[in-house]
Write a protein that binds this ligand. Structure first.
Ligand SMILES: *Cc1c(COP(=O)(O)O)cnc(C)c1O
Length: 355
């Protein structure tokens, strides 16, 4: 039996995507060739790339608005430095809301001045700072929409008179937002879009080409745009699987339809965390709770072995919290079913009975 996979990333993808991807490894598009052995410049793969770019913009409602979708390599971590390389001339403003923001800040400091606009570091990132004042004269503002490790999620984004950049690695395509507020969005594929190996970058072209430094070709967004994400050999298979996942999302009714299911999953789990005396949520304010990654701890550590054994028996995978938080983290990305969340909640209820 397939496990209930709550892994934070790489994460669960739809079963139908695994099946189609497997078939394409054996015989892609009835070509009698594997997707793994065809040229990235071949017509069938160029069509995959174009479709993936089109679907990404469509899911974000950003077609014909001056944005380009790129599929790059190096993970979201590469974007930490590429963003600064391409956009930081003097000073940028950063929200520090988690480990990934912290890492983005560290990279940006190599290229210019960084102003921390808001931070929850002093509270081990257990909340989202509000009412943040945005200074003027910044080259851009950078934030992280969902803090994968700590389980917090931003619901309000700042108004800025400079480009707004967002790391959406762990909640891309999970909810409807006015994405045109953002000038550059990036997301490592392996959290909610596909397998590890490619990173989606959606960028408004007009913000590029303004810094005075020289940019190496592989790190220059303009170069990747001019070559349609084929400046060098792209991650053919991860892009193909990402395309399949975006097709699947479209068949489900798109981001608005999946958001309803994501809301339901989050409600089922958080209701149990709040009700069950054996569990506590990690996040300080309910309104900051992530609908993708729910973090929680046992109120009595002595029950850990029992709970872990019960989870394993129920076929639950990937529930361990990140080492910087401890406890548990249930990642409920798009492909995770409501039934899987119900299985977890049933185990939590069962623990109460046996404890
Ligand atoms: C996982 C994650 C990253 C790092 O992604 P890589 O692709 O491993 O570099 C960055 N930001 C967020 C929000 C993440 O969840």
């Amino acid at each position: 039996m397939k496990k209930h996979n709550f892994s934070a990333g790489p994460c669960i993808l739809p079963q139908s995507v695994f099946e189609k991807a497997s078939q394409a490894v054996l015989n892609f598009n009835e070509l009698n060739l594997s997707i793994l052995e065809i040229s990235h410049r071949s017509k069938p793969f160029v069509a995959v790339m174009e479709r993936a770019q089109e679907l990404a913009l469509e899911h974000l409602g950003l077609q014909n608005k001056g944005y380009k979708a790129l599929f790059l390599q190096g993970g979201a971590s590469m974007e930490f430095l590429m963003v600064a390389y391409n956009l930081l001339e003097t000073k940028a403003g950063y929200y520090n809301t988690g480990t990934w923001s912290d890492k983005a800040i560290k990279e940006a400091k190599l290229f210019g001045e960084v102003e921390i606009l808001a931070s929850s570091k002093e509270a081990n990132f257990n909340y989202i700072p509000k009412n943040v004042t945005i200074s003027s004269g910044l080259d851009y503002v950078h934030c992280t929409s969902n803090n994968t490790i700590f389980g917090t999620q931003m619901n309000e984004f700042p108004e800025t008179d400079c480009p707004l950049i967002c790391d959406m690695s762990s909640d891309i395509f999970s909810r409807v937002l006015d994405f045109s507020k953002f000038d550059l969005i990036y997301a490592g594929a392996q959290k909610n879009m596909g397998p590890a190996g490619t990173t989606l970058v959606v960028v408004k072209e007009e913000i590029l080409g303004k810094v005075t430094r020289q940019i190496p070709s592989m790190l220059d967004y303009k170069v990747h745009i001019s070559k349609d994400s084929m400046f060098n050999t792209p991650a053919v298979f991860p892009i193909y699987v990402s395309m399949l996942t975006m097709e699947w999302l479209k068949e489900q009714g798109g981001v608005a339809a999946i958001e309803k299911i994501n809301n339901k999953k989050a409600e089922i789990l958080y209701t149990e965390i709040d009700r069950n005396p054996l569990f506590n949520g990690f996040v300080a304010n309910k309104e900051d709770r992530s609908k993708m990654n729910a973090t929680f701890v046992l109120t009595n550590d002595a029950l850990k072995e029992t709970f872990d054994t019960m989870c394993a028996k129920a076929g639950i995978n990937g529930l361990n919290g990140h080492r910087s938080v401890g406890g548990y983290r249930a990642s409920m990305y798009n492909a995770l079913s409501v039934e899987s969340v119900q299985v977890l909640v049933d185990v939590m209820k069962e623990l109460e009975k046996v404890a």
